[in-house]
Ligand binder design. Sequence first.
Ligand code: 4AD
Ligand code: MG
Length: 444
Amino acid sequence: MKKLRRATDSGREDPENATVDQISLFDQKTVTLRGWIANFRSSGKIAFLQIRDGTGIIQCVGDVQELGPEKFEKLKALTLESSLIVEGVVRKDARSKIGYEIGLKDFEILNISPEFPIGNKEHGVAFLMEHRHLWLRSSRQVALLRVRSEVIRAIRDYFDGRGFYLMDSPILTPNACEGTSTLFETPYFDDKAYLTQSGQLYGEASALALGKIYVFGPTFRAEKSKTRRHLTEFWMVEPEVAFMDIYGDMDLAEDFVEYVVQRTIKNRKTELEYLERNLEPLSRVRKPFPRITYEAAIDILNKNGKPAAFGDDFGGDEETVISQQFDRPVMIHHYPLAIKAFYMKQSEENPKLAACVDMIAPEGYGEIIGGGQREDNMEKLVKRLEEQKLPKEAFEWYLDLRRFGSVPHAGFGLGVERTVAWITGVPHVRETIPFPRMMEKIFP
Ligand code: 4AD
Ligand code: MG
């Protein structure tokens, strides 16, 4: 009976390509379903198979009378994660979480798994991480990664629907964007190259060509931080807009984050409930978000037992104290110029400050957005490169953007994994990307 799926199937309304998420379309009909054993038990004359197919889990009931004794015996060989194709009749079942089960008429086993390393018992994180390729099959990981997929879809829909062009930036680059201490270097024929830390500089060139653009791709940082917020490879979306200033940038950031959060909780409610995420704080993520200056943030820290002074940068602990004062994401703007990247625009009101912004997520999830207005004055930008001891030659192409038709422009970068960790409520970013890369983790 082997019936493989057609590559073009959508699963909808086609009983031979049924999927668990669409099963209610097929009440009383005979369907073909493909999947893996998520659980299995049998008693003399009847067997209960929990089959997962990537879209959900459904119980299939095999009965010796319907299948015949020979076929029924074969069912008993099934083990956790064995793969099979089943054919059976969909019927309503009040005890089922999804409201339906399948009465088996026939099946074909594709592979009998030896003992699956990840059972129902508790496993340590190190063990699960070593088996990430198999851990992905667990219901919790499936739910998390479905949310990730939806977050990415919302990001794309937001920009695609508002006149932004997607402009890919290179991964192999000749220069640093976010400081030289976290660069991954790689040989490049007779020369060397660096894995990109941010697509921003190329995004700026693209914005001066197409007006409103976004860069979306993987970025790399040789971060020696072993925290729950740091990966060495993470995905970042970076809009960049010509003729926009820091205030327009903050308007864009809050509108965008509101959209991504509200759409994800609407479209992935089942998964978020499965993950036991409290949706109440997320439902409050509505604009306007509070905006405070860096100096106001320093005051908050001093009043809440975290002494701080002008010139200090904020780490995770400081961000948490500040975010606890608010019931939604907070934007901190105008940090000291001296602690920020070379491209940040010097404030016109106060030369000690940069026209930049960080957005801090609530509930201790820390910085999810960093961005700001870019220095569009040639002389000032050259001076900043010198101050930060960056090689001017490598940035000549970037300086051209100030030579030829320089305009005020701004943008930001949002980290996908930190955003998914916040929306799903998981404590560590390692579960929010299929195969996390961290300081001590590059396998599998
Ligand atoms: O604040 P960052 O370093 O900003 C930039 O890279 C700018 N060039 C972006 C721009 O303006 N176009 O990084 C932006 C965001 C952070 O707020 C955080 O969400 C995420 O990227 N991020 C990380 N996520 C996971 N692991 C890391 N090591 C991260 N570093 C930054
Ligand atoms: Mg930052």
